[in-house]
Design a protein around this ligand. Structure first.
Ligand code: AQP
Length: 332
């Protein structure tokens, strides 16, 4: 059975982008078809200015939302990254294989570092090295597939390069993983700026639909989405990013093909209305289950404890093998 690994960063409240681009497929497909691990990658949340209490709260909330979105601990392994030491252990070895130049080329690093400088802050070294930690997250588990939204494709490409380089230099140790993206809504865009990704660590704003937004808030955000200067509804992500984003969201929530759905609408208003209702309908069951799980935190903690135990057992042999292969003396 193929091994699947993916993760989510507790840097903000989870968004519709996280759900359509990643989580939905994890619960609908991956956990049924693969030996799948899903992780709250909390160490990644420390790469930018953070508040410790907020990271803890968001980590708990992300784990609860993963379960609310349908991840079933009987079918897959759900855990928190920092509970499994193997990630950090392997990350250092991979830093000894990665180059400074290739990590500096990462688009997310360049964008986030530039934003930090504009704010007058300093860029943490971990922001530069975090794609290597992400490679360790993936490679520690002998992962075959990494289901992610399009924004993460470059990081998985780096992971592949590091795995191939390590295997060539030190002997075959890692499986070389491949990326998978959802067919539609692989890159959900900000409703107020449809040329930028809907990102959870962006400033709170009307352009982001959060998974825990009340139905009225969702409706308001979608009805106020920026559309394009034309009047007709056409699917053209380059020329008409606003309306195309709505069509992607509608297709992601209710099914269908964005280009074909465009033909069913004569006005932006009716498209927005249907898109809003489709999102509200999609999020309803997740929000209800989230509420139930919040009332049973012992269950969530138990799932994470057990998940970490399973993950540790899975990761240790590969990480130990990497320590031996790279030339480190095994403990006696
Ligand atoms: N807008 C999106 N459209 C499609 N997929 C998306 N994903 C994220 N945003 C979209 C996918 O969700 C998974 C988890 O994402 P993440 O936690 O690694 O990070 P993020 O949500 O992409 O982070 P932000 O909001 O940009 O800010 P930071 O990085 O600071 O948290 C991934 O599979 C991702 O592709």
């Amino acid at each position: 059975m193929k091994r699947v690994f993916s993760g989510i960063k507790p840097t903000g409240h989870l968004t519709l982008g996280n759900y359509l681009g990643a989580m939905r497929r994890w619960s609908a497909v991956d956990q049924h078809e693969a030996d799948a691990l899903f992780c709250v990658v909390d160490l990644h949340a420390l790469t930018v200015d953070h508040d410790p209490g907020r990271v803890r709260r968001l980590s708990r909330q992300a784990a609860t939302l993963l379960l609310a979105a349908g991840l079933d601990p009987e079918l897959c392994t759900v855990f928190v990254q920092s509970h499994v030491d193997e990630h950090a252990r392997l990350s250092y070895l991979l830093e000894c294989v990665a180059t400074d130049g290739e990590t500096r080329r990462m688009i997310q690093y360049r964008e986030k570092a530039a934003a930090e400088r504009v704010r007058g802050g300093s860029v943490r070294l971990s922001l530069l090295t975090y794609p290597v930690l992400m490679a360790a997250d993936i490679l520690a588990y002998g992962t075959d597939e990494v289901p992610v939204g399009e924004d993460q494709a470059q990081h998985v490409e780096l992971t592949r390069d590091l795995a191939v380089r390590f295997n060539q230099r030190y002997g075959r140790t890692f499986v070389v993983p491949r990326t998978t993206h959802p067919g539609v809504a692989a890159r959900v865009m900000n409703l107020q700026d449809p040329t930028s990704k809907m990102g959870k660590s962006d400033d709170v704003g009307p352009g982001i639909v959060y998974l825990l937004d009340e139905p009225e808030v969702v409706r308001k955000k979608i009805m106020r989405a920026v559309t394009d200067s034309g009047r007709d509804v056409v699917y053209d992500p380059e020329g008409r990013p606003g309306v195309s984003n709505l069509l992607e969201i509608l297709a992601g929530c209710a099914g269908g093909d964005p280009a074909e759905l465009a033909g069913a609408y004569a006005t932006y208003g009716s498209l927005k209305k249907d898109t809003a209702e489709a999102v509200v309908e999609l999020l309803g069951p997740v929000q209800r289950r989230h509420k139930e799980l919040c009332a049973d935190s012992a269950y969530v903690e138990g799932v994470l404890r057990e998940g970490a135990g399973k993950a540790r057992e899975m990761a240790r042999p590969t990480v130990d093998a990497a320590y031996r292969a790279i030339g480190l003396l095994p403990p006696g």
